[in-house]
Design a binder for this molecule. Structure first.
Ligand code: UFG
Length: 343
């Protein structure tokens, strides 16, 4: 069985990806510092897959501890690197925390890869690297725009570090997956997003408002240059997104890459406005949502959605789940959290 290291494997996208990897026959070792996740996610992964992944509570910025992981689990063939701080607003307040966490973690992994014979890295990047795109849908060739937050900058810098390192290091290859807006939860409602405190992202805010944890959703602006005036995003189902990681790992391990660093947009190709999403949530769940239009949120992109054709054609990956089913999965997850008394 091929052994894969998944950093941040107990987080939102990480946990769904561990499930897909295990269901595809990979053996997974999770490293997670639990800074934005819970240890019992391991139990839930086991409940979904009947396989308990190995888990080490280690911080990726700790080089010695990471070396210990590679020694303990000999023969790791590839890494999926999810572990990172990801709150845009917090990154503006605490830039050094973001640069340290997100950059040092990657440097440590890259340093250890050749020493332990690890062939490839799949990196969690973001459509944030495109900023406000000039052409829509956005392709992988679109220019990288100056980052508008330290968080976004860490994604750009990490992409560049990976490119430079692969150039210098034979035998190490990489795939950069640029995610659009991941939403939803596992259909079993055993895994999903667990935001810390007040959610910053739209869908957790919607589900928490619908269940009564939050009083009202604020729709940030209706005066954008879009058909209904609210911002447009490409909302991608988290399980579909997780599957792209398995394909990327297969591709690296089976020497299918066309270039030693490949980049793929992972999105649906469909742009939806905030108001459209709110409407779809209400229709899919039958729950009425209390919302109001407020002012714009600083730093928001007006509209961005993916051209996912490169991933469709080269990876054979396609977003499959409808937005309605995805919103329903997010709602079921929120109901399950209440049942468990977590939120
Ligand atoms: N929004 C609201 N009300 C809320 C929360 C969000 O109206 O309470 C709106 C935002 O203004 C935006 C849309 O919903 O128009 C989506 O906002 P999110 O915060 O869910 O997502 P973003 O597109 O702002 O950011 C996400 C990730 C980032 C990543 C970025 C890439 O959270 O990590 O996509 O564009 F960098």
């Amino acid at each position: 069985m091929k052994r894969i290291l998944v950093t941040g494997g107990l987080g939102y996208i990480g946990s769904h990806s561990v499930v897909e990897l295990q269901q595809s026959g990979y053996e997974v070792v999770i490293v997670d510092n639990l800074s934005n996740s819970r240890a019992d996610v391991v139990d839930n992964i086991q409940a979904v897959t009947s396989v308990r992944p190995a888990f080490e509570k280690v911080d990726c910025t700790d080089l010695d501890a990471m070396e210990g992981v590679f020694k303990k689990y000999a023969g790791i063939e590839a890494i999926i690197h999810f572990a990172a701080s990801k709150a845009v607003g917090e990154s503006v307040q605490k830039p050094l925390l973001y640069y340290r966490n997100n950059i040092v973690s990657l440097l440590n992994l890259l340093e250890l890869m050749p020493r332990f014979g690890v062939k490839g890295l799949v990196f969690s990047s973001s459509c944030t690297v495109y900023g406000e795109p000039d052409v829509l849908p956005v392709t992988e060739d679109a220019p990288i725009k100056p980052a508008t937050s330290p968080y976004g900058n860490t994604k750009q810098i990490n992409e560049e570090i990976i490119r430079d390192f692969v150039k210098a290091q034979d035998g190490v290859n990489a795939i950069l997956l640029r995610y659009f807006n991941p939403i939803g939860a596992h259909p079993t409602a055993l895994l999903g997003e667990l935001p810390n405190g007040v959610p910053q992202n739209l869908v957790p805010y919607i589900t928490q408002t619908a269940i009564g944890i939050r009083e009202q959703l604020s729709v940030f602006g209706d005066d954008y240059d879009t058909p209904d005036g609210s911002c447009i995003r490409d909302y991608i189902n988290v399980v579909d997104l997780a599957k792209a990681h398995v394909i990327a790992i297969d591709r690296i391990l089976n020497d299918k890459q066309k270039e030693r660093v490949e980049v793929f947009n992972i999105g649906t190709g469909r742009g939806l406005s905030v108001l459209e999403l709110v409407d779809m949530f209400q229709k899919a769940t039958g729950v009425k949502l209390n919302y109001k239009i407020t002012g714009r949120r600083a730093g928001d992109i007006e509209k961005v959605w993916a051209d996912p054709r490169k991933a469709n054609e080269e990876l054979g990956w396609k977003a499959e789940t409808s937005v309605e089913d995805t919103l329903l999965s997010a709602w079921k997850w929120q109901l399950k959290l209440r049942e468990k008394g977590i939120q």
